[in-house]
Structures are given as C-alpha cells and as structure tokens.
Ligand binder design. Sequence first.
Ligand SMILES: Nc1ncnc2c1ncn2[C@@H]1O[C@H](COP(=O)(O)OP(=O)(O)OP(=O)(O)O)[C@@H](O)[C@H]1O
Ligand SMILES: [Mg+2]
Length: 245
Amino acid sequence: MPLEVGADGLLPLAVEGLVFEAGGQRLIDGLDLRLEAGPLTAILGPNGAGKSLLLRLLHGLIAPSAGRVSWGGRVPERALRLRQALVFQRPVLLRRSVAANLRYALAAHGVDRARRKALAAEWLARAGLGHLAGRPARVLSGGEQQRLAVARALACEPEVLLLDEPTASLDPASAQAIETLIREARAAGTKVVLVTHDLGQAWRLAEQVVFLYRGRVEEHAAAEDFFVRPASERARAFVAGRLVL
Ligand SMILES: Nc1ncnc2c1ncn2[C@@H]1O[C@H](COP(=O)(O)OP(=O)(O)OP(=O)(O)O)[C@@H](O)[C@H]1O
Ligand SMILES: [Mg+2]
C-alpha cells in the first residue's frame, strides 16, 4: 500500500493536445493520452520518438508548450508529485552513500527516522545491493546505479511509477530481479508506466502498449493486440524489428 493514501488518486494520468517544442522543433506533437489506474502500460517507440520527454511531461518536470497534463483531473503540483516516482534513463543519485540515498528519499516522503534504516536495508536487499550499502552511490557501476534508482523509487511506494528503460544496462539476473520488483509493485496497485526497448520484457510485463512515433501516439492497444496484430504498418515494422523511420 502507498505510504500515504490521499483522498483523491492521481489517476487517470491524462494529457490533451500536448505539445513540447525546443530548438525550433516540435518534439511532442499534439499528443492525447489517458492512462487509467491498473494495467501496466509500456511505452514503446524508436529512438527519438519522445518517450523520455513524455515521461518528464507526465511527471510535471517540464512544462508543455501547449496542451495540458492532469493527474486524477487535477493540475500537476509539487506536493502531489511526491506520490509519483520517475526513474530516469540516466539515474540521478545524491553524492552520499547507497543507503543514505534511500534514507534521504524516505525522509522526503515523511517516513520517520526509526523506520528509515530498516526500510532502506530491506529495499537494498530486494534490489541485490545489500553488500554495497556503505559505498558512495556515485562510484557504482552503471547497472548498480540503475538498480539503486529503481529501489529508491519503489521504497517510497508511489501510486504512479514511471520507469525509463530501467533494465537497459543490467545483466540478465539483475534485470530479472528488477522485473520481479516491477511485477510486485503492479500487484500492490501501483500504476506502472514503463519505457523499454526490450520487447521481450514488454511482452512479459505489459498489459497495454502505447506506441509513440515522432511525438504522437500511433497506437494505444491491449498488449496482446499490439504484439499479435498491430494495427498500423509502423507498429508492424517495429514489432518485427525493422527500422521505423
Ligand atoms: N531540450 C531539448 N532540446 C532539443 N531537443 C530535444 C530536447 N529534449 C529532447 N530533444 C529531442 O527530442 C527527441 C525526443 O527525445 P526523447 O529523449 O524523448 O526520445 P526517446 O523516445 O526517449 O528516445 P530513446 O529511445 O533514444 O531514449 C529527440 O530527437 C531529442 O534529441
Ligand atoms: Mg529515452
């Protein structure tokens, strides 16, 4: 269960007419999307399609050039953002120990001091990082940093968990361990939105798929429909591993 259950949930996460422009380019191009509570949603699409930008916009970290983002019908605001977690494609860790990174996040989520230490240890163990608890987070390997970022996000028991390629640089066993944690979060009622290039992983975990292409939603379908009978030619090509230009 989330640590702090508000009276009003953050779902659906919705965007309407979303546009994001930078450097004279329209990178998110009039995107409409509604993500309901429940099903694990995978966001798929070629490099540069706008997946990471969409996660940042959904999380309220960057402001759209036009259109709007809403969380459970409400305008995004800082206090509500604490009930979501975004794990970045490139993890952002604090210049302190692995365990302290976790304790810091727990403190920011109002967990009292007495519980922080035990919870941090528990989550480090679940992410297979127990033996690294005292190490400075910044010296961890790329895969270890990614695991720490996922563990830190999960420890805060968010209502919405946005994951940007969380297993991209993990060895197979670690990737499997993280997939298990993602499944457990889903089973506990967290809305998980997962960006991944690992189609096997999307097949294993996703219940629905949003296929992005050049800043727009090209397809939003039940996962099985997307993989077995994609509606658009681009989605067919993507699923077949052909280059989508
Ligand atoms: N601040 C910015 N200024 C200019 N261009 C940007 C900015 N941020 C992102 N872009 C461009 O927007 C496009 C979408 O970027 P984004 O990071 O969302 O892609 P992505 O779908 O996550 O790709 P990948 O699969 O490679 O991670 C890219 O072409 C990127 O170069
Ligand atoms: Mg990306």
